[in-house]
Ligand binder design. Structure first.
Ligand SMILES: *Cc1c(COP(=O)(O)O)cnc(C)c1O
Length: 380
């Protein structure tokens, strides 16, 4: 036993309202699912649940890709899985950066021995297809284009369909980050012909953090199968992981799946399926509009132009003279409400109000608006 004088009790977290950039609120249905008995990860019951999870993931990604599953680690691992498998040493990769996550893509390319060619746009703006086209013309030996569909650091949606089409016109494959996009905004992996895509459970799926849904089409799988060098990461090597998640063949041990986390993902996907993807997209849009109307009454403006704004991640400009940290800590302490801070060059300038998945409802919007109104009156 550790020192008798130290009383460490079971952890009892507060019940928060999570309206930041993720994690979003997790429903009791999902939490209850995770509390069910742990099974062996090769138990036939568990495997049939995995098969259902795969089918449900294909639905939310709108794909028939066989290589669709959840990486056993958070969104960042899904990112790493895409890059580690798709990038070979010496590969030229056009990386579009219009916020934090494009910078992480660059890191990934470099660590895989690839050569990043950066196409940058200002924070708060979408990726500019014309700049991407110019980069593709300047670097005809490029093999991949990587971009973020939904930039959580700014609340911007880029045109994933158009960027993918452009990349294909120049014989490149795409890697798409839709960690925040999936389920919150229209995303059609097969129609848009996206080659490799990763997401996360903790944003609009409203399952706890710790898993990364991912999908690869045949062209991406072919590129991975024909690699000249081994994937540098053993854990993320899809050639090995697919022995566990793949097909109908007998599953072999690769790593122990995070069994109870997958129960949570399974339940969250059932919830999305019950609502229907289109209805969910519309709900995210409606609650964004409702928040926008309320913020207007408070005199608070949006950072991002309406035409490419994400309904699930609202970057709003902190009013002049208001102390960012004071307001956010009072929201947490007095209202048990979490909203997000600005990142990078937007730190101290914006708040990021998430309306993701289960958190996207009118009750949360009302609660956030009245809490903000109360605190802003006191501090200004
Ligand atoms: C949250 C996020 C990630 C990383 O996901 P984690 O679950 O935090 O590892 C990557 N990309 C984007 C756009 C995100 O919003």
């Amino acid at each position: 036993m550790i020192s008798q004088s130290l009383a460490i009790n079971s952890f009892q977290p507060s019940r928060r309202t999570l309206m930041g950039p993720g994690p979003s609120d997790v429903s009791n249905r999902v939490l209850d699912a995770m509390a069910r008995p742990t099974l062996g990860h090769l138990d036939p019951e568990f495997i049939s649940m995995m098969n259902e999870t795969k089918e449900l993931l294909q639905y939310v990604f709108q794909t028939k890709n066989d290589w669709t599953f959840a990486v056993s680690a958070p969104g960042s691992a899904g990112m790493e899985c895409c890059f580690a498998n798709m990038v070979e040493p010496g590969d030229k990769v056009i990386v579009c950066q219009n916020g934090v996550f494009g910078g992480r893509m660059r890191e990934n390319v470099e660590r895989c021995g690839g050569i990043p060619i950066m196409v940058t746009d200002p924070w708060g703006c979408p990726v500019d297809p014309e700049k991407v086209e110019a980069a593709l013309k300047d670097h005809p030996d490029t093999s991949l284009v990587a971009f973020v569909h939904a930039e959580t650091s700014t609340g911007v949606r880029s045109d994933a369909e158009r960027l993918t089409q452009l990349a294909h016109d120049f014989g490149c494959l795409v890697i798409v980050d839709s960690v925040t996009g999936l389920v919150g905004s229209p995303l059609l992996v097969d129609d848009w012909k996206i080659d490799a895509i990763y997401s996360g459970t903790q944003k609009c799926l409203s399952a706890p953090p710790g898993l990364s849904p991912i999908s690869f089409n045949d062209a991406a799988a072919a590129k991975i199968r024909s690699r000249k060098s081994k994937v540098q990461s053993w854990f993320l090597d899809l050639n090995l992981i697919m022995g566990y998640w793949g097909g109908d063949t007998k599953r072999s041990y690769h790593h122990t799946a995070p069994v109870n986390c997958l129960y949570g993902l399974h339940e969250s996907l059932i919830i999305v399926n019950e609502e229907g993807l289109e209805a969910g997209w519309a709900r995210h849009q409606d609650n964004h509009a409702y928040l926008k109307a309320g913020l207007k009454d408070l005199g608070i403006e949006f950072l991002v132009d309406e035409s490419f704004r994400l309904p699930q991640l609202n970057s709003v400009i902190i009013p002049d003279g208001v102390d960012d940290a004071v307001v956010r800590s009072r929201l947490l302490e007095e209202f048990s409400l979490e909203i997000g801070a600005g990142l990078g060059e937007l730190a101290g300038k914006v708040w990021r109000i998430g309306l993701m998945g289960h958190s996207s409802n009118t009750k949360n919007v009302d609660y956030c608006l009245s809490a903000l109104k109360f605190i802003l009156k006191e501090v200004s």
